[in-house]
Write a protein that binds this ligand. Structure first.
Ligand SMILES: *Cc1c(COP(=O)(O)O)cnc(C)c1O
Length: 463
């Protein structure tokens, strides 16, 4: 399997090179050259399998010859071993036809672990084999940074620098980034907001000399390997609920379109999914573009679901590529308009998108009331991102008799203040995290200046 760029102007790459590259040189995102297919018989066979077995069956056609026989299976096994639930991604029933899929049993309590625990091990495998080193840099609003640090800590082939907005991540998120003792990991508090952190990271990637010298690599959700690992839990839930004979609706709280794009990929593989519902908070650019065909940026409004406070939804480009019949030039032209505030998609592409996706958004009030209602009706605490999905999921579940699965993207204890405010209960951290509130923190605090962050990387990198 080879991977091609959505902007049509980069040479196709094998899986291992795609993983290490992140973004394509023409600015596009990598997607598989074609969609492989899982037959109905193959899906039936997966119904009785473990998460790890489903993972290797789903991923095998995508990785080509990037791994020696048995190697992918070994990495998958190691990646999910430390998860705090034997099922890995269990389904919980909330109402007769509304289910939650819990994706937060990994080491940093958000669904990002499902991808990054595996992608970290893939990076290490590919780099050790070729004798390369890389410097991973990333900006985070909280969850990606902690999951990346947890996944890459202690690996000899990488240094990791994570920029986060000082004072704007939760205590747990910050401590997950600042309390590891691994020498290859550096958490950097930037005295600015998330967008400024993101701008610094982009500036470093655009400094080509610096980029080459330090072998910069990215592990944000534009990395194809992350999407690939996320396809697995859709298939796992689908077969548990009766696929291929039944086809569930998935409701996905999303901002960057990464998670829901993985659901789309599962459907292209052959998993029957009757609809993918994009659930956004008040930053509703995805809801608006799917309803109106107009992609228009507005200012980001801070919400209680900060991991979805996004106006530039990177992964949407991947699905547009298919909606435009894989016309890379057309996508490059659309993306060129983003800097000027947005673009409008063609009626043909719009009707194509509506075959796969629906969308809905949720106000802060509705999100809070859903945290309260779920607690009162089921005794469960849910995080604010999950609450966006459950609130939208309830609306969908009323209109169908089939199963509706809302993805639970983070553990409630990661966002305790919002959960407490609306449920009057303080969500307790799992036993595995006991001690994090007392561990010593190690963090560098800087002003948002490119020279300062680059000199930190020069001083601390092992390249
Ligand atoms: C990252 C994140 C999301 C949004 O994920 P996308 O990649 O934008 O789809 C939702 N909820 C939580 C808890 C997250 O950490």
């Amino acid at each position: 399997m080879k991977y091609v760029s959505t902007r049509g102007n980069s040479p196709p790459l094998e899986f291992d090179q795609t993983t290490l590259a992140g973004l394509a040189p023409d600015g596009g995102l990598y997607v598989p050259e074609f969609w492989p297919s899982l037959s109905s018989e193959a899906l039936e066979d997966l119904a009785a399998r473990s998460y790890e077995e489903v993972a290797s069956a789903v991923m095998a056609p995508f990785v080509g010859r990037a791994f020696a026989p048995g190697e992918l299976e070994r990495l998958i096994h190691e990646a999910y071993q430390a998860f705090g639930h034997a099922i890995r991604c269990p389904l919980v029933q909330l109402t007769p036809n509304l289910f939650l899929q819990e994706l937060f049993h990994g080491p940093t309590l958000a669904f990002k672990d499902l991808a990054l625990q595996l992608v970290g091990r893939m990076f290490d495998r590919f780099l050790t084999r070729s004798g390369q080193r890389v410097t991973i840099i990333g900006a985070t609003s909280g969850d990606t940074g902690s999951a990346a640090i947890e996944a890459f800590k202690g690996l000899s082939s990488v240094d990791v620098f994570i920029l986060f907005p000082h004072g704007r991540v939760s205590d747990i998120q910050r401590r997950q980034m600042t309390t590891t003792r691994a020498g290859n990991v550096h958490a950097i508090a930037v005295e600015a907001d998330f967008d400024a952190c993101q701008t610094l990271v982009k500036a470093m990637f655009n400094d080509h000399k610096f980029r080459r010298e330090f072998g910069l690599a990215a592990v944000n959700s534009i990395n194809w390997a992350r999407i690939l690992a996320q396809i697995v839990y859709y298939v796992f839930a689908g077969v548990a609920l009766g696929a291929p004979r039944r086809s569930p609706v998935f409701v996905v709280p999303t901002g960057n379109f990464g998670d829901v794009y993985a659901g789309y990929a599962a459907r292209r593989l052959g998993l029957p999914i009757s609809q993918l519902v994009v659930a956004t908070n008040q930053n509703d650019i995805l809801d608006r573009v799917l309803r109106t065909g107009r992609y228009r940026m507005r200012n980001v409004i801070q919400s209680m679901s900060p991991s979805m406070d996004i106006q530039i939804s990177s992964n949407f480009e991947r699905v547009l590529f298919d909606a435009y019949e894989r016309d890379g030039q057309a996508i490059a032209a659309l993306m060129g308009q983003v800097a000027d505030g947005g673009f409008e998609i063609t009626p043909g592409a719009r009707s194509w998108l509506s075959r796969y996706f629906a969308a809905d958004s949720c106000s802060e009030q509705e999100t809070g009331l859903e945290i309260r209602r779920t607690n009162l009706e089921t005794g469960r605490l849910i995080c604010p991102h999950t609450a966006v999905g459950v609130a939208v999921g309830r609306r969908v579940a009323k209109e169908t008799s089939g199963p509706v699965v809302a993805l639970a993207t983070a553990h409630p204890a990661k966002f305790p203040d919002a959960v407490q405010e609306w449920s009057d209960r303080w969500p307790r951290l799992p036993q595995s995290m006991a001690g994090i509130m007392d561990a010593p923190e190690r963090v560098l605090r800087i002003a948002p200046r490119l020279e300062d962050i680059q000199s930190i990387i020069r001083a601390e990198s092992n390249i």
